[in-house]
Design a binder for this molecule. Structure first.
Ligand code: PLP
Length: 399
């Protein structure tokens, strides 16, 4: 009995593994990025009404027409970019499916895909499953709290070659919270044009921004309209990660490739939830402003708790994660420390190495999420205080 060679190349998701440990051990789950608070009432009601109205059969495989229209309207509203919902939208089962469908539909075996490291852990299996090859560009941690994570333009240039098919841009970025600047995206544009590469973007945190940071969608950069695949979903903006509704927006020819793969991977996304997605995308401006405010308060709470427990925490500019450095604890490595935290101190978080190639980084980093109720974060803060005290007293006893 055996599993495929491709699948042997990756492990199960560490994020989801840590979430399971949290459930088994009754720990506060700051590992996986799903909210533990309610989704907006009007969106839930729209889903219930759609089921009651018998929107229960397959939709058009690449998405119900009125939902694709709502996606196009929302794209004009937020990015100022007109798209044709009949030819340029593929509705998928979350941005997770949109990303793998884009790679399978647009890249040939052996072609290269550039990612910034650390990266969202799904991209590695996506690349393996699509028989493409990952090229990495390092993101360096900020030196001061007013800086963001940065990369070396020369290293980015060196990653591009005639083999490059695409670069994946995730902005705002998981796990670092980096928000890519216009200047950085223009550099990416110059290289995509020079090397005839695509830009596949993952923008699922586009509405979760802090300290005046602005989300810039790569498709809006001059020259990128037809070589960008923009991926997004309802999951994070509307707190419905379990609905599995996402989409890819791409020029007609590219979109055909994505739609074909999607058709045979999943046929389609839940029809009543696409109907409810129309209500979600039509939420008033106040909804989006409140979303960032709500997360900003939680970010403050968790940053303070982590820092006073002894973590070096980098302030995120967007998304809802905090990447930390654990060197101050003298831990053997990130995984051992994360396991100790979940077993002994009741806090589940993600070992940093799961966002890097094996052995290439993160061994002194841990990622925490703050997309949780204030009570949950306060419980985590109490556990962190207790952890800091116990570790200090153990260190004192040893000295
Ligand atoms: N992309 C990034 C960067 C993420 O952080 C996540 C989930 O945490 C996903 C994609 C998955 O999104 P979806 O629920 O739309 O599949």
């Amino acid at each position: 009995m055996r599993i495929s060679r491709k699948v042997q190349q990756f492990t199960e998701s560490v994020i989801r593994e840590m979430s399971r440990h949290a459930i088994e051990l009754g720990a506060v789950n700051l590992a996986q990025g799903f909210p533990d608070f309610s989704a907006p009432e009007e969106i839930k009601r729209a889903a219930q009404q759609a089921i009651a109205a018998d929107i229960n059969q397959y939709s058009i495989t690449w998405g119900a027409r009125d939902f694709r229209r709502a996606i196009a309207d929302s794209f004009v509203r937020w990015q100022g970019t007109e798209i044709d919902p009949e030819r340029e939208v593929a509705v998928c089962c979350g941005s997770t499916e949109a990303m793998i469908a884009a790679l399978l539909g647009l890249a040939d075996p052996g072609e290269e895909i550039i990612v910034f490291e650390p990266f969202y852990e799904n991209y590695n299996p996506d690349v393996i499953l699509s028989d493409t090859v990952m090229r990495y560009v390092t993101l360096h941690p900020p030196k001061t709290d007013s800086d963001d994570w940065t990369f070396d333009p020369a290293e980015l240039r060196a990653a591009f070659s005639s083999k490059t098919r695409a670069i994946i841009i995730n902005t705002p970025h998981n796990p670092t919270g980096k928000v890519f600047t216009r200047e950085e995206l223009e550099l990416v544009r110059d290289l995509c044009l020079e090397f005839d590469a695509l830009c596949i973007t993952d923008e699922i945190y586009e509405h979760i921004l802090y300290d005046g940071a602005r989300h810039i969608s790569p498709v809006t950069i001059d020259g990128m309209r037809d070589r960008t695949v923009t991926i997004n979903s309802l999951s994070k903006t509307y707190s419905v990660t379990g609905w599995r509704v996402g989409w890819a927006i791409a020029a007609p020819e590219l979109c055909t490739g994505i739609r074909k793969v999607h058709d045979f991977l999943t046929v389609g996304t839940a029809s009543p939830l696409q109907a409810a997605g129309i209500t979600a995308l039509g939420m008033p401006p106040s909804y989006y402003a409140e979303l960032s405010e709500h997360y900003s308060a939680r970010r403050g709470l968790l940053l303070a708790a982590l820092r006073s427990a002894g973590f070096h925490a980098w302030t995120p500019r967007g998304a809802y994660y905090i990447m930390t450095d654990i060197s101050g604890f003298g831990a053997e490595n990130d995984r051992a420390f994360a396991m100790q935290m979940v077993r002994e101190f009741g806090i589940a978080a993600v070992p940093g190495s799961s966002f890097y190639r094996a052995g290439q980084g993160g061994s002194q980093q841990i990622r925490f999420t703050f997309c949780k109720k204030t009570e949950t974060l306060e419980r985590a803060a109490a556990n962190l205080r207790n952890m800091a005290e116990q570790l200090r007293s153990t260190a004192g006893a040893r000295a």
